[in-house]
Design a protein around this ligand. Structure first.
Ligand code: MLT
Ligand code: ZN
Length: 484
């Protein structure tokens, strides 16, 4: 682990390398980046460094390694688990990757794009579309989340169903390791059997093994038909049954399948300006479905409409609307993508990002919600999200009218332990897509099998023996370790 030292390192050396745009100790510059998105953690930093090139990142890491300074890499700072803010020791270099924002190349013949870590997801979408291709990963924070952050958290989002999470879309990687050496592996190799998959090791490492500086992303053909629909039904089980029937009749064209409970829609309609309910009928559950095809025509819309009609006639779907144009489709996605924001306006919550086997999720949602509401009378469960991936955001809110902050301090820990125990019993994971960060560290340690934690710690120790890379995230400390 790092040696604690109060000596201020020669930061002027770093400032000289990075120039005025790349180095700041101004509290006003740093302030917005020292608090996490959920505003649960407030950190401090020695300086904020914003390199614009790979060589500058190498210089920062070498400097940090020489002086045993913690480095906290940060992209858009939209981590849901406080994975990208420093602790309050004031010793860390906050490494903003936002100036490394070039799209280096688009290799159309390889269906691949090489982008730097600071590129914002929306810009990747736009650049791919310009050459008639598509980057098929999206999420609510797409206007601020950066590729480096998305890779480092193995982000999922709302379109994982067909093309997988970030791990499935990273074909190559360039990263600066904790000793300042560079792993340069951006070739878009479909096959590469040189032992351990180092690229995958860095995906989802939450910046604890090195700094991802660029990646090669997989692109797919652009959609020529797109159907987006909002469907009302009775239960999560009815929703999953609908997904399976859609797959049987429409093949692998289903790209998004998002579960929305009525309580989540109500929060969005109350807090997000300009939103309105898509259906005339109130239903306990909704799904937002997106299907796509690369061929031109209207067969997908027709086939989708026929499935819905059959489902309504069979009484398995209560009501549904298919977006008539792109604007309506975006309005439906806006409802779904605004759930977290709407929840935030409504006060704080105990948030859980859980996965179980897809077929078990409908029962898990119902039974876990009932168990939580019985054990903690008055609380409200909002379980929403990626049903098709077996992943929901199982958020527990304070009773109506209660002070949510005080409730969270009082009961949040017990609620989370209760939910996580249910997840373990169901054979699931306490972090499906948000990572561990700081928020889940204690629970990760409590419920994980020792072999898992030991493997993670062994890898960390081998690659980052001085513990400078994003310390205090992802890896629960072994009992013999102490915080530097
Ligand atoms: C989502 O699916 O909306 C995001 O993962 C954010 C969240 O969990 O609140
Ligand atoms: Zn999500």
């Amino acid at each position: 682990m790092m040696n604690k030292s109060d000596a201020i390192p020669p930061l002027e050396e770093l400032a000289a390398i990075l120039g005025t745009r790349g180095f700041s100790r101004d509290p006003d510059d740093m302030a917005p980046w020292l608090t996490d998105w959920r505003q649960r953690y407030q950190g401090r930093a020695l300086a904020m460094v914003s390199p614009a090139t790979l060589a500058e990142v190498v210089a920062v890491v070498r400097f940090a390694a020489a002086h045993r300074l913690p480095i906290v890499p940060q992209g858009g700072n939209t981590s849901m688990v406080a994975g990208a803010v420093p602790d309050d020791s004031g010793r860390a270099l906050l490494l903003s990757m936002r100036r490394m924002n070039k799209i280096r190349s688009i290799r159309q013949a390889d269906n691949a794009m090489v982008v730097e870590a600071g590129v914002i997801l929306t810009h990747v979408h736009e650049a791919a579309l310009e050459v008639g291709l598509r980057f098929p990963l999206s999420l609510g924070a797409k206007g601020s989340a950066t590729i480096g952050g998305l890779v480092s958290t193995n982000a999922g989002g709302t379109q994982v169903l067909r093309f997988g999470p970030m791990r499935a879309l990273v074909l190559g990687i360039e990263a600066v390791l904790p000793d300042g050496s560079v792993i340069e592996s951006l070739a878009s190799l479909r096959k590469d059997n040189r032992g351990y998959d180092l690229r995958q090791l860095l995906c989802g490492a939450e910046g604890t093994l090195g700094v991802v500086t660029a990646v090669t992303l997989r692109l797919v053909p652009v959609l020529r038909q797109r159907v987006v629909a909002w469907v009302g039904l009775d239960s999560p089980q009815a929703a999953l049954d609908l997904l399976r029937r859609l797959e049987q009749r429409l093949g692998d064209s289903v790209e998004g399948f998002e579960l929305v409970p009525d309580i989540a829609l109500e929060l969005v309609l109350r807090h997000i300006p300009g939103t309105r309910a898509p259906l005339a009928t109130d239903c306990p559950w909704y799904v937002l479905v997106e299907c796509g095809a690369v061929t031109a025509g209207d067969e997908l819309q027709m086939a989708f409409g026929a499935v819905l009609e059959d489902e309504i006639n069979a009484g398995r779907v209560t009501d549904a609307m298919i977006a008539a144009n792109g604007a309506q489709a975006e309005a439906l996605w806006h409802l779904r993508d605004s759930i977290s924001e709407a929840e935030r306006h409504d006060g704080t919550a105990a948030k859980h990002d859980v996965s179980v086997a897809v077929s078990d999720m409908p029962r898990f949602v119902m039974e876990a919600a009932a168990a939580v509401e019985q054990r903690f009378p008055g609380v409200r469960v909002i379980a929403f999200g990626h049903l098709g991936d077996g992943n929901v955001h199982f958020n527990v809110r304070a009773a109506l009218g209660a002070d949510s902050q005080a409730w969270l301090v009082r009961e949040g820990h017990d609620v989370t332990a209760f939910v996580d125990d249910l997840v373990v019993k169901a054979g699931g994971s306490l972090s499906a897509e948000h990572g561990i960060g700081q928020i889940k560290l204690a629970e990760f340690a409590r419920i994980s099998e020792p072999a898992r934690l030991n493997m993670l710690r062994a890898i960390k120790q081998a690659l980052d023996p001085h513990g400078i890379m994003n310390p205090g995230k992802l890896l629960p400390l072994a009992p013999e370790d102490s915080i530097p």
